[in-house]
Design a protein around this ligand. Structure first.
Ligand code: SAM
Length: 261
């Protein structure tokens, strides 16, 4: 327990995650802005622009735990705005149909609707049986991997569906490295976020789960090691240029990358 909250047992995780996202789907985008004070947008912009989709020609992308399509939309916009690329495509994959429905509705208002540039597919990141080997140039997963029961299984499937030379990129909440900043952040996330969840979305427990899942996720170097264990090259195990990860805002979030060799 932490600040009096009960921890969720691992075996209940899958059902819980399903329920959490069912109940937050319609309020998800609003809550994301409220809880992160809009900062998730900056992180997602940073994440996608660091991948430069379209720079070397159109890409076939898969966005796991794609939810309402935040990353997919940024990938398509980035390729189009910077390289006049209208051939890059993104398969948005999520375990939760409600989240995908919100994404589909949102894409209806964009120029990508009814084009081969986007598709919404329900599937579990840990078992992508419907997707063949060596298919994609880019695999992204943003704020999704920590909700999965088995991170190694997710990485294994990511490796399998990527083409050789393809990139795995993950944006996730991580560990704040500065102890003082960490104390402030802990207080904020464990007290403010569940309260906001109950006020804005009428759902304290779901948001409490989200906060807990952040604490349980492996540290930057541990996660980097898992990526290497799955077969990816990370350009060395150290933080910095060409390294396995890059912290955002002192480690509140972090970008990890790997290349299929
Ligand atoms: N990527 C989106 C974003 O950044 O806004 C959505 C992130 S949301 C916090 C997490 C998403 O992960 C939810 O839509 C949830 O349904 C999905 N998810 C959880 N477990 C999953 C799994 N095993 N396979 C695929 N998606 C999963």
């Amino acid at each position: 327990t932490h600040f009096g909250f009960k921890t969720v047992p691992e075996e209940k995780k899958e059902t819980l995650v399903k329920n959490v996202f069912d109940s937050v789907a319609s309020s998800y985008d609003v809550m994301n802005d409220a809880m992160s004070l809009g900062v998730h947008r900056l992180w997602k912009d940073d994440f996608v622009s660091s991948l430069k989709p379209g720079v070397k020609g159109p890409l076939r992308c898969i966005d796991l735990a794609g939810g309402t399509g935040d990353i997919a939309l940024r990938i398509l916009d980035f390729a189009r705005e910077n390289y006049a690329d209208r051939e890059t495509s993104v398969d948005v994959v999520d375990i939760n149909g409600e989240m995908l429905k919100e994404g589909y509705k949102r894409f209806k208002k964009t120029m990508y609707h009814n084009t081969p540039q986007v598709a919404f597919i329900e599937s579990n990141a840990q078992a992508l049986e419907q997707f063949p080997d060596n298919t994609y140039d880019l695999y992204t997963i943003a704020f999704g991997i920590r909700n999965c029961t088995s991170v190694p299984d997710v990485l294994k499937e990511a490796y399998r569906v990527l083409k050789p030379g393809g990139t795995f990129a993950c944006l996730e909440f991580s560990k704040v490295t500065n102890p003082l900043f960490n104390m402030v952040y802990d207080q904020y996330s464990f007290s403010v976020i569940p309260i906001m969840g109950s006020i804005l979305a009428g759902d304290r427990e779901s948001y409490q789960y989200l906060v807990e899942s952040i604490r349980k996720f492996p540290s930057q170097p541990d996660f980097a090691q898992m990526i290497v264990d799955a077969g990816f090259a990370t350009g060395g195990m150290h933080e910095g240029k060409g390294g396995a990860w890059r912290d955002l805002w002192g480690g509140i979030a972090c970008i990890h990358k790997g290349v299929k060799v």
